[in-house]
Design a protein around this ligand. Structure first.
Ligand SMILES: Nc1ncnc2c1ncn2[C@@H]1O[C@H](COP(=O)(O)OP(=O)(O)O)[C@@H](O)[C@H]1O
Ligand SMILES: [Mg+2]
Length: 205
């Protein structure tokens, strides 16, 4: 079993979007995947409930406020969708529990400011564990000024940008039917799937 935590203290950063699409990827790759929803709002579990049973299957459960002491061992992958505001000792415990951490960041001044302390504490906690934390730049084209600002901002934390995920209604549409860009018809989402490649590669390393 391998595990990945998707976290960012800011609501709307793209945590659930990353968690559900990643889960969809694993399911379509024939891997046993469990989506663990840590958020009281349970958006990830709602997504699962919308999912057509004829699609590649995903498991899920709600951990709620309860701190998990261990993760299920049976699946190939466990994806954890964190709530906004995950910090302090709970964050520390989850960081110890998982193999990888992905932090989605939207390159707006507000989002970056809201994420600054979080990135600083992650950096502190993860000293000596290289290659475990990666950033996904969310809703951004890498050739824009916003992307350059994000890169400049992230230099302070010495964390890699794994990929840039473009802003597209595709994510809104698939979410509404319990799907991911990795579910068929895949040809419709070719450009989006390409942007995930470096993230998937990094996770498997
Ligand atoms: N790349 C994207 N393009 C367009 N809309 C997006 C993208 N990523 C996220 N969204 C939308 O932004 C909103 C917030 O994303 P969500 O994943 O729920 O954030 P979080 O879980 O961090 O609160 C959702 O409505 C989602 O569909
Ligand atoms: Mg969410």
């Amino acid at each position: 079993m391998r595990s990945v935590l998707i976290a960012n203290p800011k609501g709307g950063a793209g945590k659930t979007t990353l968690a559900t699409n990643l889960t969809g990827h694993f399911a379509n790759a024939g891997e046993k995947v469990t989506l663990c929803d840590l958020d009281r709002q349970q958006s990830s579990l709602r997504w699962m409930a919308f999912r057509d049973p004829a699609m590649p299957p995903v498991n899920g459960y709600f951990a709620g406020n309860q701190m998990l002491i261990s993760l299920p061992k049976e699946p190939d992958w466990v994806v954890l969708d964190a709530p906004a505001g995950l910090q302090g000792y709970k964050l520390t415990d989850y960081l110890r529990l998982v193999d990888k951490v992905i932090i989605p960041v939207v390159p707006s001044v507000f989002d970056m400011a809201a994420t600054e302390d979080f990135l600083a504490s992650i950096r502190q906690e993860m000293r000596g564990r290289r290659g475990v934390v990666g950033i996904v730049a969310m809703r951004v084209d890498p050739r824009t000024r916003a992307a350059a600002m994000l890169e400049e901002f992230l230099k302070h934390f010495d964390l890699p940008i794994l990929s840039y995920i473009r802003n597209t209604q595709n994510y809104v549409n698939v979410a509404a039917s319990g799907l991911s860009v990795f579910d068929s018809p895949r040809s419709r989402y070719r450009r989006d799937i390409e942007q995930w490649d470096p993230v998937l590669q990094w996770l498997k390393d």
